[in-house]
Ligand binder design. Sequence first.
Ligand code: GCW
Length: 683
Amino acid sequence: PKNKGYNLWLQYETVNNVALKKHYQNRIQGLMPLGDSQTIQYAYKELELALSAMLDKAFISVDNTKNLNNLVVFGSKSNLTKEFLKALPNEFHKINDEGFIIKAVSVKGKNHILITGKTDVGVLYGVFRFLRVIQMHRSIENLSMIDSPAIQVRTLNHWDNLDRTVERGYAGSSIWDWHRLPDYIDSRYIDYARANASVGINGTVLTNVNANALILTDQYLEKVEALSNVFRPFGIKVYLTARFSAPIEIGGLETADPYNEDVKNWWANKAKAIYERIPDFGGFLVKANSEGQPGPQNYNRNHVDGANMLANALKPFGGIVMWRAFVYSEHDVTDRAKQAYSEFVPYDGQFKDNVLVQVKNGAIDFQPREPFHPMFGAMPKTPLMMEFQITQEYLGFSTHTVFLPKLYEEVLQSDTYAQGKGSTVAKVIDGSLSDVKLTGMAGVSNIGSDINWTGNVFLQANWYGFGRLAWNPNTSSKTIADEWLRLTFSNNNNFVDALTTMLIESREAVVNYMTPLGLHHIMGTGHHYGPGPWVSNLSRPEWNPVYYHKADEHGIGFNRTHSGSNAVEQYEPKVANMFNDVNSCPGEFLLWFHHVPWDYKLKNGETLWNGIALKYQEGVNQVKNMISIWDKMKPYVDEERFNNVKMLLSIQFKEAKWWRDACLLYFQQFSKMPLPKTVDKTE
Ligand code: GCW
């Protein structure tokens, strides 16, 4: 399709610089695929599509080098001829099974570009990386790139229901057309796989964690099988969510107790049936005993009992269990932030080796800003998998432009101090900190049936950036913004520089106009869009915003210090002490950890009340600034995408003011203090 929104970061625009185009044309005379797997065929198709569009030239495919010069030769190690192997004396041991090598080589006196790896999927990743070099208008002289993913399981989590509604989805309906599967293969499935492979995403959990057991029946497994056949050549494994009570609901058993022999057998047989259809099935993602979902605790068993029972069923086939740590119960509500840690950390070391515990980035729930989850670093004997949210619940849905790689980076670079200074969350996740064998990162997808996939074209960057960070969790958000802008829109430096700044700032803007200084969870309840700090009437205390901000005439904020809920204690002493002391607690987490009087003096000399008000205003100003930057970008962007962003930014501006006015008006009844002059409620 020609729609630019649809084409994501795979635009393959013609190179307009004549000299540069000549350089590419000279260095690329033909394509030589090695091997004939479907993966290599797709790699070939991608090269042909991209190069002919970018270089304005048709490409010949050759099956040997003959006397030709300047071929792009691509295939896995086992398909390389001796000469090509000889050209890489020292490279293969530097990559893992999914890694790639891109190298300018000279063979029989001729120059070629070799793209290889240990597997065909590694080659495909290399092909996408090679194309990115050209998309970014970089030289392909003397290429030498070697790279491998640092994390093994790199998945999207679709919260997609079987009726095609999407929980927390803001970009249309589910792209999985269950009704017409397995026989109808929408070409969108292939483009979805291309996009994921291009950033190294290698797994997809097709279904909502609030699971429907029907997905595990033959009727649906046939459809899942069809999707897995589409995704396999792109290196993407399919996973499903497993509803813990499925043995009752679709298996006719009376219990789902993980200690019950019939239950164990039921899951073992179910696993076998799945693997007969899908030999490389990835495994199960499970939300248990959380927000009403069934789980082992219904039978007085614990998370280890539940996870290990499923792990045993999958083990013979090489599957894994991703067991979520997003749990909070109605029984202990003094501080919801403490619950996951206390339910999981005591079991460190007891999970089977094919279990990953999947932990959200923060202890509450995908807020605009949260301190890193205290479980990271606290379970050295258990593989912990990161769960980020790409879709924007609590973040203005797909209406507000927020560049999330900035948030991801902040979390990944946080120091847990678990093994002393430098024990970043990234090192927990990539397994290097305590030498765990299995590693993973999940992103809750923001993809739907909207023509541009994510509703707001800017939010494609969050999908892209998630993939890049899952490949290498130490990638900087600035690099990601720069790349994504060049691939998606334009290589013009004026454009790229201005918009990189805008994207990076967009994260702080949303924090400022929604939840500055450590405020959190004050969105309207249920939908989580728009302000709702006044809500206090929901049946469970921890569903009410007032539970989180605790504003009263004395001040505002959640006391999680030693004198309060003592949640700080779940962090390493170094971190705990920093958060515990109001003087050393970073300003952005002040009200996360402290209940502070309205006239408390902030580090910048302002009273707390003024400080809050000024932050809300700053957020509004930042959105205004985003609008003025975008308006200047008209010459670089096609009309459709330009207008998409422009209209959404103006809604965001209106709503940033709504947030500011609603929150300040509400909190002012407690502070009883006037607004600083620069808070401009007239604009
Ligand atoms: O953030 C909350 C959402 C729920 C979601 C839950 C979870 C899928 O409001 O919609 O359920 O988190 O992550 O399980």
